[in-house]
Design a protein around this ligand. Structure first.
Ligand SMILES: Nc1ncnc2c1ncn2[C@@H]1O[C@H](COP(=O)(O)OP(=O)(O)OP(=O)(O)O)[C@@H](O)[C@H]1O
Length: 438
């Protein structure tokens, strides 16, 4: 006979959690949580007393269990919100922001570092506009690091404002009066990148008829913005590392190094850590670049910025806020904006210039900026043609990418478009390809 021994009881260690207060009278403080129920409110009899006049006496119940935290609004006057949605009952995800009155808090693992970044009092940094918590945290970081002279890496999806951010850092810094030189590494043919960055001597290669300084030398005393640094060819990466570590450049074909006085701000929409793991980006260069990192959040994570952004865009176009109807504004606020602020700007410009009938279909499933079914014969010829071409380009590229599994070289071959132009078109339409070998 077989005897069965019961499985030993398995005890999973309980995840220890704490509340961190992000705003309100308790901002910066944290309270460890045990497995039990808590009442939060302004009543001194509550387990967690909130000194906030906008919080009800009995506002929220938190039921902390071994594996999850449940929250229940206790019929509060001003309501309880999680990630901007009002709720009566919900399971609170770790890290999600809960708001009661003017008090914002989140529940995080006990050992999470308390890094409550104070919110900037400003809703702008250089040309960047944003009033959301996420952007005001970014602004605090930018204000601090712009004052120094260290190199910076900016990460974020396409159209999130990486270039504006770099320009802002330059303008606010002590180099603000120096030059701001942009090198778009995704838009330069690989054979020209080296000379563009480091310059060349006469006769260094066919076509090098005169000596030329590279971007680092040209920006001496100022800032160099390396856009899409993740696209820098592997063989040139040690040379960038040398610039970052020693501020030295050697022109193509020259024997000697020249010293430059530049600040380097680099940006990428790629996951550079993944590129390092795949051997496409040098680890030493990544660590050197990533000492000061700023991540710009996608627009879908901060829809509360949309009204502010739209107003700023209208102002730039010399149009009053009333240039867009409430209905259009509401639609703009609901859309997930895969092309981020750039896409929002394109739509706002289009609607302001062509009228609200030019608003593309904005359902979450719709293709943004999809081509209209046929030419709008009421429009001036140039605009009607541009709209058709834009829609055609986007549809064509999406289809091409799908067919070529995102491979840019193959897409260039199959379409007969130069690779550099394919890259430019992808960027224009907020689409992504890759250069992985086929
Ligand atoms: N926070 C913002 N406030 C105001 N304008 C913004 C903001 N973010 C982006 N924009 C606008 O959106 C457009 C795209 O911005 P930018 O070129 O800086 O994005 P990017 O992240 O560098 O894009 P890419 O990765 O495609 O190069 C610009 O017209 C810029 O002015």
């Amino acid at each position: 006979m077989f005897s069965t021994t019961p499985d030993p009881e398995i005890h999973l260690p309980t995840l220890r959690r704490k509340i961190v207060f992000l705003s309100g009278a308790h901002a910066g403080r944290s309270i460890s949580l045990q497995v039990k129920s808590y009442r939060l409110g302004s009543d001194p009899a509550c387990d967690i007393v909130l000194n906030d006049r906008t919080v009800s006496r009995q506002h929220l119940a938190l039921d902390v269990r071994e594996d999850r935290v449940l929250a229940r609004d206790l019929g509060s006057r001003n309501g309880s919100f999680c990630e901007r949605m009002r709720f009566t009952e919900l399971e609170v995800r770790l890290g999600a922001i809960v708001r009661l009155g003017a008090t914002e808090l989140k529940i995080v693992p006990e050992d999470a570092r308390d890094h409550v970044i104070p919110l900037s009092s400003d809703t702008r940094f250089g040309g960047l506009v944003g009033g959301s918590r996420k952007m005001r945290e970014v602004f605090t970081l930018l204000e601090r690091l712009a004052a120094g002279d260290a190199d910076v890496l900016i990460q974020g999806e396409t159209g999130t404002g990486k270039e504006l951010c770099a320009e802002g850092i330059h303008t606010v810094s002590s180099r603000g009066k120096g030059s701001f030189s942009i090198v778009d590494l995704a838009g330069i043919a690989p054979s020209l990148v080296e000379s563009e960055l480091f310059g060349h001597v006469r006769g260094a290669f066919t076509g090098a008829q005169a000596e030329r300084a590279g971007a680092f030398e040209r920006a001496d005393g100022g800032t160099v913005f390396l856009d899409e640094v993740g696209d820098l060819p592997l063989e040139l990466q040690p040379r960038l590392l040398r610039v970052l570590e020693r501020r030295q450049v050697k022109r193509v074909g020259a024997n000697d190094y020249r010293t430059v006085n530049v600040r380097v701000v680099a940006a990428t929409h790629r996951d550079l850590e993944a590129a390092v793991k795949e051997g496409r980006f040098r680890e030493d260069l990544f660590h050197r670049l990533a000492v000061l990192r700023v991540t710009l959040p996608p627009l879908r994570e901060r829809p509360e910025d949309i009204p502010l952004l739209v107003d700023a865009m209208l102002e730039r176009m010399n149009r009053p806020p009333s240039a867009l109807s409430e209905q259009t504004r509401a639609l703009l606020e609901q859309y997930p904006w895969p092309g981020n602020v750039r896409e929002l700007r394109n739509v706002v410009q289009r609607v302001v210039n062509l009228g609200e009938q030019a608003l593309p279909e904005m359902s979450p499933m719709a293709t943004p900026l999809a081509a209209p079914a046929g030419p709008d014969l009421e429009l001036p010829f140039k605009e009607a043609k541009e709209r058709i071409v834009e829609g055609f380009e986007r549809d064509y590229l999406k289809n091409l990418l799908e067919r070529c599994k995102g491979n840019i070289s193959r897409a260039a071959r199959e379409s007969g478009i130069a690779r550099i132009y394919v890259r430019k078109l992808l960027k224009k339409h907020g689409l992504h390809g890759h250069e992985k070998p086929e």
